[in-house]
Design a protein around this ligand. Structure first.
Ligand SMILES: [Zn+2]
Length: 196
């Protein structure tokens, strides 16, 4: 396929691999606690810039499904790191953050779910953004939190870690954690690739 579809690095545009060695190295940074006022810990790999931001946009807006394997490996390594420090269980279930059904159709699937599956860890997509939730553009952090509605589509077992690409106000993660906990699920925290 490479003969017909020359690849460029999703992180920096260098010709050749889906993700060049330098960008892979950048993506291997261990997760850090994000400074957010939520009642669960949120870990994140990077600020929303550099190769992290470019890869995220390439997966989300440019259909670069080839990047999921690399990001999945980085995600898996981060989870091992957190588990080895006793922050989460080794056999934790990943729950991809909810998306709107319309975005999912437009993108031909959910990039976050694809990455979770590529990590080869147990993945259980079970959340969806309710159709009545207004678009978050132009809303304050507090409005987003009040307006965000998440549906639990099916019930996960055991403890879970919510996975999202970028956290801004934490409204989506907070609403997701609430709906999961209301159903008796133990939410250990959330892990995002970037914090904006
Ligand atoms: Zn690169």
């Amino acid at each position: 396929m490479e003969l017909f579809l020359p690849r460029a690095c999703g992180g920096c545009g260098a010709p050749g691999a889906s993700l060049c060695i330098n960008c892979q190295r950048v993506w291997r940074t261990p997760p850090k606690l994000a400074r957010l006022d939520l009642d669960i810990p949120v870990w994140t790999l990077s600020p929303y810039d550099g190769p992290h931001r470019k890869v995220l946009i390439a997966m989300k807006e440019h259909g670069r499904t080839d990047l999921a394997a690399f990001v999945g490996a980085a995600l898996g390594a981060s989870i091992s790191y957190l588990a080895s420090r006793g922050e989460i269980e080794h056999d934790i279930t990943l729950v991809p953050a909810p998306t709107r059904p319309t975005s999912r159709r437009r993108r031909g699937g959910d990039p976050v779910e694809r990455v979770c599956k590529a990590s080869r860890l147990s993945t259980f997509p079970c959340l969806s953004i309710s159709s009545g939730t207004p678009d978050s553009v132009g809303q304050t952090a507090q409005q987003r939190r009040l307006n965000m509605r998440v549906d639990l589509v099916r019930q996960p077992r055991g403890s879970v870690l919510i996975i999202d690409d970028v956290v801004t106000t934490g409204a989506t993660i907070s609403a997701s954690a609430n709906v999961l906990r209301a159903a008796g699920v133990q939410v250990r925290g959330a892990l995002t690739y970037c914090q904006a």
